[in-house]
Design a protein around this ligand. Structure first.
Ligand SMILES: Cc1cc2nc3c(=O)[nH]c(=O)nc-3n(C[C@H](O)[C@H](O)[C@H](O)COP(=O)(O)O)c2cc1C
Ligand code: SF4
Length: 351
């Protein structure tokens, strides 16, 4: 868990095998869409808790790509100054931590999407322009001082939807499959410096009838693997039932304990080989689960909500063996990155 690991296809090393998977905090300047200075302290907290890589929350590549109002972006050259200020303050205190900018677009799940787009995604976009829009955001990530960029192809948003046969109904070169994702990763690679790490957060299974299956995820993983420093596997969609997080809110139908995507991970590991650094997200709460995954198919583990429930959970777990106290209630989803349970415990003087 706490040993370093060199990422694939670059000379960058993470100081531990622990990632904080992407999570938007809602700390955004409403006028500019840039992150507010408060993000700095949140990242420092994570860095001081043995997190090797912090994935930012999804940063929109275009202003019309937000899935919630308080989402930050890399959509415009004017925002890089604010990102750079956060990063230089974090690096001044915690030089070892790596911070990757996660770039995304919500497409038909965007708050700006017209009603008639809600069932059809990529067909309504000028798809050929999309790779350059992601590349521009990646360039801004480099200019801001991020250590890497993570292409978000999960949870039902644009690139995830492009992979999903039940959503992407196009019949041209961008029909359901890895073509758009591949072109986006190529376009990103073309603008970042040689050896700059590119990660991808990829659905391994949509858990939706007619959606992306593990076999289709294998095709996508194989196609982009040679360009990646790290592939982070996840699954489910935010629409309609929050299967990407699993928990009490809006869904009770899936199991809530342990790593959600172990079976899919084995399939993808077999397809991409041992060279590619593979991370997994979803359901990690105990030291035993993390260690067994790291002894198996995963090189890195990427929890998300446990860091929100208690930013020190990992060091506490190392000291006492106590698992994360996150109860998967998903109230943080409703509250855009605020853990109501933690706040209640603090108010009661219990934490
Ligand atoms: C409040 C909240 C915000 C999230 N924001 C993002 C995001 O911006 N990007 C992303 O890839 N995943 C996001 N996720 C999903 C998490 O990264 C992760 O995939 C999911 O919570 C399952 O992992 P966990 O069980 O360790 O929390 C978010 C989840 C929550 C609860
Ligand atoms: S609100 Fe807190 S306890 Fe509930 S799922 Fe989110 S992080 Fe976990």
């Amino acid at each position: 868990m706490f040993t370093p690991i060199k990422l694939s296809n670059c000379n960058v090393t993470s100081s531990t095998r622990m990632i904080r998977s992407g999570m938007a905090f809602g700390l955004t300047d409403p006028k500019t869409g840039a992150p507010t200075p408060e993000v700095t302290d949140r990242y420092i907290e994570l860095a001081q808790s043995k997190c090797g890589i912090i994935m930012t929350g999804g940063l929109v590549v275009a202003q019309n790509g937000k899935d919630h109002q308080s989402q930050s972006g890399l959509h415009d050259d004017t925002v890089t100054k604010a990102h750079a200020a956060v990063l230089s303050a974090v690096k001044a205190k915690c030089p070892e931590v790596l911070v990757f900018a996660q770039i995304t677009h919500a497409a038909h799940l965007s708050i700006d999407a017209p009603e008639d787009q809600l069932t059809l995604d990529t067909a309504s976009h000028d798809v050929a322009k999309i790779p350059q829009i992601y590349a521009d955001a990646a360039r801004r990530a480099v200019e801001s001082g991020y250590d890497g960029v993570e292409v978000h192809a999960a949870h039902g948003f644009l690139l995830s939807a492009s992979l999903s046969p039940c959503v992407n109904k196009r019949d041209d070169e961008f029909k359901a499959g890895p073509e758009l994702l591949y072109r986006v990763v190529c376009a990103v690679k073309a603008v970042v410096p040689e050896g700059f790490p590119i990660a991808c957060k990829l659905n391994s299974n949509d858990w939706v009838e007619g959606g992306l299956t593990p076999e289709l995820a294998v095709d996508a993983a194989r196609r982009i693997a040679p360009m990646l420093a790290l592939l982070e596997l996840t699954g489910g969609t935010v629409d309609p039932s929050l299967d990407c997080t699993r928990g009490v809110a809006r869904t009770g139908k899936m199991g809530r304990q342990g790593y959600y995507y172990a079976k899919e991970t084995s399939l993808i590991r077999a397809a991409v080989g041992k060279e590619l650094v593979l991370a997994g997200t979803g359901g990690f709460r105990t030291q035993a689960d993390i260690e067994s995954a790291l002894d198996g198919d995963l090189d890195m583990v990427a929890p998300s909500r446990p860091w929100l429930r208690n930013p020190r959970w990992l060091v506490d777990m190392e000291d006492t063996g106590t698992p994360s106290a996150c109860i998967n209630c998903n109230a943080c989803f409703r509250d855009h990155g605020v853990c109501a349970v933690r706040q209640k415990m603090i108010a009661m003087g219990k934490e």
